[in-house]
Design a protein around this ligand. Structure first.
Ligand code: GLV
Ligand code: MG
Length: 329
C-alpha cells in the first residue's frame, strides 16, 4: 500500500513535499498555558499530548483542552498532531473519537504510542475512517505517526511500517524503550553508564530508519530529557541527523532552533544539491549524457538521487539557493 502523495523518501515526486518534521514539539494537553504558548513557537510539528505527560485524572479535561486549542488556536505553518493513549489503556478509542469529531478538520495526524503490532495501526486506520465518514470529513486525510518504543515494537517494525497508507512517520520513543529492554540508564537520550564503545542506540535507530525508508515513511528521533543540557541535545540530534533521520522531538523552546538547524542541510550542501540537479538535467536532456563532470566531480544518476534528498529537505525547510547554475558554453 502506498500513500497517494509520494515524497522524498519514496524516491519520486520531489515537487510534492512531505511535511517537514525537523522539530516536533511536545505539549501536554492538560496545560492550557503551554497549549497557548506553543502557538508562537517555530517548531515544524506540534503534538498535543494526551498520553504520558497527562495524569490519569486529567485525561478527560485534556481532550477538551486539545479540541479547543486546535479549533481556536493559530497553528499556521505547523503540522498539527495529537498523541492519543496507547491501546493497553481504557482511553484510546474515546481520545480518537472526541478529538476527530471535535476538531478533525483542524488536525493533520494522530500519533499512536507503544505500537507493538501492525494490527494496532490497522485498528486506528479503521476507526479514523468511520469517524471521518460519520462526520463528513474527507476519508484518509488524517495521517498516522507510530511510536516504536519497546522490544516487541522493534521486532515488528517492518509489518507495522506497512500497516496503513495513512502512516507518515515512525517515531523512536527512547524512554519507554530503555525501560522495555532493561537498559541500564535513567537519563533519556544519553548513553547508558558503562557503555563506553560506540552508540548504544545505533541498532535501534538504524532498524527504525530501514523500516521507514523501505516503506516510504519519515523517521523521527525521540526526546532528550535533560532540557538544560544543550550540548547533549546537539550531540544526539546530530547523530540521528547524520544517519538520515528527518527530525527529533523537542521538549523545550530552547531545543527548537537547534533541531531546525541540525535537521536542515547546510547552505553549502543545499546549493551544491540544487547545482547537481540542474547540471544533471542539462547533461541528460541537452547533451544526452548520463555521466558528466561538475567542476572537479563526476556526477551520474546516483548523484542525482542523493542530491534530490538534500534539495527536497532544503526546500521543505524553506531554504533558497545562493548560487545559480550556468550551463557549460
Ligand atoms: C517517548 O514517548 C518516549 O518514551 O521516549
Ligand atoms: Mg513513550
Amino acid at each position: 500500500m502506498t500513500r497517494p502523495h509520494a515524497g522524498v523518501a519514496r524516491g519520486g515526486g520531489y515537487g510534492d513535499p512531505m511535511r517537514s518534521r525537523r522539530s516536533c514539539l511536545a505539549v501536554p494537553g492538560s496545560n492550557p498555558r503551554f497549549l497557548e504558548k506553543a502557538q508562537g513557537l517555530p517548531a515544524d510539528e506540534v503534538f498535543l499530548d494526551l498520553e504520558d505527560s497527562v495524569a490519569p485524572q486529567a485525561k478527560e479535561q485534556a481532550r477538551k483542552n486539545v479540541v479547543e486549542a486546535l479549533r481556536t488556536g493559530d497553528w499556521t505553518g505547523r503540522t498539527r498532531v495529537v498523541r492519543v493513549n496507547d491501546l493497553s489503556t481504557p482511553w484510546t478509542y474515546r481520545d480518537v473519537i472526541e478529538v476527530v469529531e471535535g476538531a478533525g478538520d483542524s488536525l493533520d495526524c494522530l500519533m499512536l504510542p507503544k505500537v507493538e503490532d501492525a494490527v494496532h495501526v490497522a485498528w486506528l486506520d479503521l476507526l479514523l475512517t468511520q469517524v471521518e465518514k460519520a462526520n463528513g470529513l474527507p476519508v484518509g486525510r488524517i495521517g498516522v505517526e507510530a511510536q516504536i518504543e519497546s522490544a516487541r515494537g522493534l521486532v515488528e517494525v517492518d509489518t507495522i511500517a506497512a500497516a496503513s497508507p495513512r502512516l507518515e512517520a515512525l517515531v523512536f520513543g527512547p524512554a519507554d524503550f530503555m525501560a522495555s529492554i532493561n537498559m541500564r540508564g535513567l537519563v533519556v537520550g544519553r548513553q547508558p553508564a558503562g557503555y563506553t564503545e560506540g552508540d548504544a542506540y545505533h541498532y535501534v535507530l538504524m532498524r527504525i530508519l530501514m523500516a521507514a525508508r523501505a516503506h516510504g515513511l519519515q523517521a523521527v528521533d525521540g526526546p532528550y530529557l535533560a532540557v538544560r543540557d544543550a550540548e547533549g541535545f546537539d550531540l544526539t540530534a546530530r547523530r540521528s541527523a547524520a544517519l538520515g533521520f528527518d527530525g527529533k522531538w523537542v521538549l523545550h523552546p530552547s531545543q527548537i532552533e537547534a533541531a531546525n538547524e541540525i535537521f536542515s542541510p547546510s547552505q553549502e550542501d543545499y546549493d551544491h544539491a540544487e547545482l547537481i540537479l540542474d547540471a544533471y538535467e542539462h547533461a541528460t536532456t541537452v547533451d544526452r549524457r548520463g555521466a558528466v563532470m561538475l567542476g572537479e566531480e563526476m556526477i551520474d544518476e546516483a548523484s542525482r538521487k542523493m542530491a534530490l534528498v538534500v534539495a527536497a529537505k532544503g526546500r521543505a525547510a524553506g531554504m533558497s539557493r545562493t548560487s545559480a547554475f550556468e550551463p557549460p558554453a
